[in-house]
Design a protein around this ligand. Structure first.
Ligand code: NAD
Length: 257
């Protein structure tokens, strides 16, 4: 389908909800997980489960190394992030629900951002959990807090308040999702008139359930991705292309700019 169909859909919408994945940030230099050259071609995802993080100091060390690699470099929002902020400024987009943990939507000026997988810009105490649910004391700090300690020789930093384990404030494999974020995401998706998914392979549940939920609640579904997704057949509009190339023009035309 063409970008014109996307423009037309956005032009008639007043409650757009964007649902973004790692693909919206690749043009900012942050690799996604599944593409060739992505993070998981160099790190084994089976290592980074929540339970393994809890029991193994070696897994924690490798996890901090991966985090450092993800956060390395000054990543800036790209034209796709900015186009969504523009739609929100124009009063046409109510929220961005993102699987990303990179903070680039907020950096682009988006105000209502639901981070369903948390943020890698912060670390948090998870205590000494015995199940997949963090049991921390509430300590939270910028990610730089952990890296400063690691650079100072403490390669397994502990919570300064309760001596519990400290982890990136993201949802790891095998970790319970944040219920508040999930609830907010579902509310947005089911009250949208258009759900605009961008740069997600739509393979990871429960997040991949959002397009279906939005569609069942009456929303139109638009998918912008550079490869097919399992939900293409359900969508009203599918644009196969790069987010940073597709969105700015579609948004500008939809807003009549
Ligand atoms: P994914 O890696 O499964 O899928 C990304 C999709 O985007 C792929 O289909 C890919 O072909 C497509 N894509 C890549 N670049 C694109 C571009 N420029 N324009 C359009 N499409 C593009 O990512 P996912 O669906 O978000 O799920 C993976 C998980 O990885 C998420 O849970 C997320 O938390 C995490 N993750 C986040 C970041 C980040 O915060 N930037 C980076 C890597 C992974």
């Amino acid at each position: 389908m063409t970008v014109a169909a996307l423009t037309q859909l956005l032009a008639g919408a007043t409650r757009i909800v964007a649902f973004t994945g790692a693909g919206i940030s690749t043009e900012s230099g942050i690799p996604d997980f599944r593409s060739p050259g992505g993070i998981w071609t160099r790190y084994d995802p089976r290592e980074f489960t929540f339970d393994r993080y809890v029991v193994s100091a070696e897994v924690r060390r490798r996890s901090w190394a991966m985090r450092r690699e993800l956060l390395a470099g000054a990543h800036e929002p790209n034209a796709a992030h900015r186009a969504l902020a523009e739609l929100e400024d124009a009063g046409r987009l109510v929220a961005v629900v993102t699987q990303n943990t990179d903070g680039l939507h907020q950096a682009a000026g988006s105000r209502e951002v639901v981070e369903i997988h948390g943020t890698s810009r912060a670390v948090t105490c998870i205590g000494e959990p015995t199940s997949g649910v963090p049991a921390g004391c509430g300590f939270r700090a910028p990610a730089s807090w952990a890296f400063e300690r690691i650079d100072g020789g403490d390669d397994d930093p502990r919570c300064p308040d309760c001596d519990g384990l400290v982890k990136s404030a993201t949802v790891s494999f095998g970790q319970a999702m944040f219920p508040d974020a999930l609830e907010a995401a579902a509310e947005h998706a089911t009250s949208a008139d258009v759900l605009l998914t961008i740069g997600s392979s739509l393979q990871v549940y429960p997040a991949a359930g959002l397009p279906q939920a939005a569609r069942s609640a009456g929303a139109s579904l638009a998918i912008v991705n550079d490869e097919p997704t399992p939900f293409d057949a359900l969508a009203d509009v599918v644009v196969r292309g790069r987010a940073g190339e597709v969105l700015p023009g579609a948004v500008a035309d939809a807003l009549g700019r």
